[in-house]
Design a protein around this ligand. Structure first.
Ligand code: NAP
Length: 238
């Protein structure tokens, strides 16, 4: 689903996209050779490796093999380091899409209590960093957090990136809070849902993102933005 949506978005904005759907038994060496080949191709401006990879492949080594200039997911250590410093070319797509939503709704972050549930390298950690860059007072929760519900209930901005269906319930949400649901989960009937119990939480908060149709499309839009930026950087276009 992710890959197809990305391909459709490329078509919609007029980018050429190439998919390399490799066999599940592909070796590390074969995958690294393909990444190297794409790094060297001038007509390829952005490369992304759809994670997770099969267990026998080292995703860290594969991500590190991507040229930082073509790393449109912003997962390479060089780009992660730049984000920490606040001096970046690309922002990771999901957290950046979330910030764009906050900006477009004129939701202030500065001085607000921001709680991020989840500390993955691709969502939770960079999400917290971007909120911090905008002067939010940020708390990161994870599976070892004690009093999670209590911490969440003080959040002005609550971001759920847990991967557990309807994990955030109304009692965990402050009246009038802004709730961002990053989760892409399946409920007990196999239906796509988020990490937030949308129906009950929506009555309590001021803003809430639906699943599907919330953070997901913003992630893809940011990927397109990053790819355009990569193409411009590689071709010295302002
Ligand atoms: P992940 O790597 O599995 O990380 C999940 C995080 O949630 C971990 O930090 C984990 O804590 C924490 N967690 C798990 N159980 C918890 C609990 N009971 N209480 C508190 N924290 C708990 O997942 P991810 O890649 O960040 O993705 C999170 C969700 O977002 C998934 O549903 C994924 O499909 C979705 N997603 C959506 C988009 C989009 O574009 N919409 C993009 C990326 C991901 P520990 O670190 O302690 O284990």
């Amino acid at each position: 689903m992710y890959v197809n949506n990305k391909k459709k978005a490329c078509e919609a904005v007029g980018f050429k996209s190439e998919e390399y759907a490799l066999d599940k038994n592909t070796t590390q060496q074969e995958l690294l050779s393909l990444v190297k080949e794409l790094n060297e191709k001038p007509d390829i401006n952005g490369i992304l490796v759809q994670l997770p990879l099969p267990n026998h492949l080292d995703d860290k080594a594969v991500i590190e093999a991507i040229s930082p200039k073509k790393d449109v997911d912003a997962f390479h250590a060089v780009n992660v380091g730049k984000i920490m410093l606040g001096e970046y070319d690309f922002l990771p797509c999901t957290p950046s899409g979330v910030m764009e939503m906050l900006h477009s709704c004129s939701i202030p972050v500065s001085g607000k209590n921001c709680v991020v549930i989840g500390r993955s390298n691709i969502v939770g950690k960079p999400m917290a960093m971007l909120l911090l860059h905008e002067n939010g007072t940020v708390t990161i929760c994870h599976s070892r957090t004690q009093n999670l519900a209590e911490i969440c209930s003080h959040a002005d901005i609550l971001v759920a990136a847990v991967g557990k269906p309807k994990f955030v319930t109304a009692d965990m949400v402050k009246e009038g809070a802004v709730v961002i649901d990053v989760g892409m989960d399946r409920d007990e009937n196999g239906k796509l849902c988020g990490d937030v119990d949308f129906e009950n939480v929506k009555e309590k908060c001021s803003y809430i993102t639906p699943v599907p149709g919330g953070v997901g499309p913003m992630t893809i839009a940011t990927l397109m933005k990053n790819t355009l930026k990569a193409a411009k950087l590689q071709n010295n276009i302002d």
